[in-house]
Design a protein around this ligand. Structure first.
Ligand code: BES
Ligand code: MN
Ligand code: ZN
Length: 477
């Protein structure tokens, strides 16, 4: 997908973006349709809500095949993202390969959001679709009316493509993406500035990574641990670690899930996918921060050698964990990663991402990530970046007294806290593995990782949440 240097007067889709405050269709275009466009806006009670659309075949009235009117809501950058995303999504639906999109004002933030929205809207997971059901992707587009250089739109494209990589990894079936191939997806990104280290099963065992190995032990696909390190070319302005849950399939283990709960569980590596997505863009964006991308990858299966209820794991930091439910496996995988990060003295900020609990889906649904942090200022900072990135995050409480729910009779803690506050107790569990002095945030992305219904600028399925938000934060450091 390329941004054209000049307006695409012959674009297959000519898109006009309107805002709630100004519903007037450009006069020349309206005249070409004999006033039908403005009549349509009035008839259909089009209010220019963000991502709303009215589309018509041009039938030779203009050089475009289709003309579309798209709503940008209040006209802020988030509205622009949804308008561009809806236009691009329509183009993909019809297999239109060129798009000319016209805004009425907007600067840098709009330009980035538009680039990102165009990628998001045009995305389709079609690897396994027969050709008859596939449509052509966008090849060229141009954007008019912005007071920002194309370079800003390009930045948006890079961030959008980072999210698309995460979406592909989430959408790929678990028979394609298992620990070894998930690690390969990281290895593929390696450059001189981005070093990738992959630990195999033996190394995991020797290093005492008890959570990743226990969760993975019932599977024929052996677990992996991955550490990617990006070192900026110039002076490094910070040192952060991103940690992802990479459960490539979650059958629940011996605490087996019913089919209805298992059907989407190829998405359970969504945290690792987001980490890989972010790492794919750090060098392209020229970030001046040292970024560690870390994930544990394992498949949670049932077999004669699966880990069992009642087992006790002794972690690297000395914490003992009694297993009460093998389906609460993500926290066990993350705990190893957090212990590992705990030993990295230079890291000041740790953000983990995980499709961790069904309870988070119940609490905040698919539009929100449940955000926890041991530092309210950091939480506020991440919430801000989520908001400007058009992603929902909601600050949840790390209620200390609920630690009571995790008490075990024979070990430090057990791996589940019961039905009440299930997303909170999972976060509290993780906090046991966060070293004092490190600023930490936990993002439970169980809801937004895999959409059950399409959004204005995104098809359903894998969604790559928090990639753009985290890139936005990293760019601000
Ligand atoms: N991977 C699931 C959480 C999940 C549920 C992600 C729905 C995405 C959509 C996680 O490993 C899990 O099974 N959690 C259990 C925890 C329980 C046993 C304490 C859950 O939520 O039921
Ligand atoms: Mn599970
Ligand atoms: Zn899981």
């Amino acid at each position: 997908m390329q941004i054209a240097s000049a307006p695409l007067s012959n674009a297959a889709l000519h898109a006009i973006v309107l805002t709630e405050g100004d519903l007037s269709v450009p006069a020349e275009l309206d005249a070409a349709f004999g006033g039908a466009l403005s009549a349509m806006v009035a008839d259909e009670k089009f209010k220019a809500g963000a991502g709303a659309s009215l589309t018509v075949r041009s039938m030779g009235k203009t050089s475009a095949k289709w003309v579309g009117i798209f709503g940008a809501g209040k006209g802020d950058a988030n509205g622009a993202r949804l308008a561009a995303g809806a236009a691009s999504s329509f183009a993909r639906k019809k297999g239109l390969t060129s798009l000319d999109i016209n805004f009425q004002g907007g600067g840098k933030a709009h330009a980035e959001a538009i680039g990102e929205g165009i990628v998001a809207g045009n995305y389709r997971y079609d690897r396994y679709l027969p050709e008859a059901r596939s449509t052509a992707a966008l090849e060229n587009f141009s954007v008019q009316g912005l007071d920002a250089p194309d370079a800003d739109v390009l930045t948006g494209l890079i961030m959008g493509q980072a999210r698309s990589l995460a979406r592909d990894l989430i959408n790929d079936p678990a028979d394609d993406i298992y620990p070894e191939t998930l690690a390969q997806a990281a290895t593929k990104l390696g450059t001189e500035r981005l070093q990738v280290e992959v630990w195999d099963h033996d190394r995991l065992k020797n290093a005492g990574m008890v959570g990743i190995t226990a969760v993975g032990q019932g599977s024929d696909r052996k677990p992996r641990f991955v550490h990617m390190t990006y070192t900026p070319a110039g002076e490094s302005k910070g040192n952060v670690a991103l940690v992802g849950k990479g459960v490539t399939f979650d059958a629940g283990g011996l605490s087996i899930k019913p089919s209805g709960g298992m059907i989407t569980m190829k998405c359970d590596m969504g945290g690792a996918a987001a980490v890989i997505g972010v790492m794919s863009a750090v060098e392209k964006l020229g970030l001046n921060v040292t970024v560690h991308g870390i994930f544990g990858a394992a498949e949670n299966m049932l077999a004669g050698n699966s880990y069992k209820l009642g087992d006790v794991l002794t972690y690297n930091n000395g914490t003992t964990v009694e297993i009460h439910n093998t389906d609460a496996e993500g926290r066990l995988v993350l705990a190893d990663c957090l212990c590992y990060v705990g030993k990295m003295d230079e890291v000041t900020h740790v953000v983990d991402l995980a499709t961790l609990t069904g309870a988070a889906v119940v609490a905040v649904g698919e539009k929100y990530t449940a955000l926890y942090s041991n530092d309210d200022d950091f939480a506020a900072e991440l919430l801000g970046h989520a908001k400007s990135s058009g992603e929902g995050s909601w600050h949840m409480p790390l209620e200390e007294s609920y630690n009571e729910l995790l008490k075990s009779d024979i070990a430090d803690i057990k791996n589940v806290g019961g039905r009440a506050a299930g997303s909170i107790t999972a976060a509290l569990f993780l906090q046991n593995f966060v070293v004092e002095g490190k600023t930490w945030s936990h993002l439970d992305i169980a809801g937004p990782a895999f959409l059950s219904a399409p959004q204005k600028h995104m098809e359903k399925g894998g969604a790559g949440p928090q990639v753009v938000t985290l890139l936005s934060w990293l760019r601000s450091i």
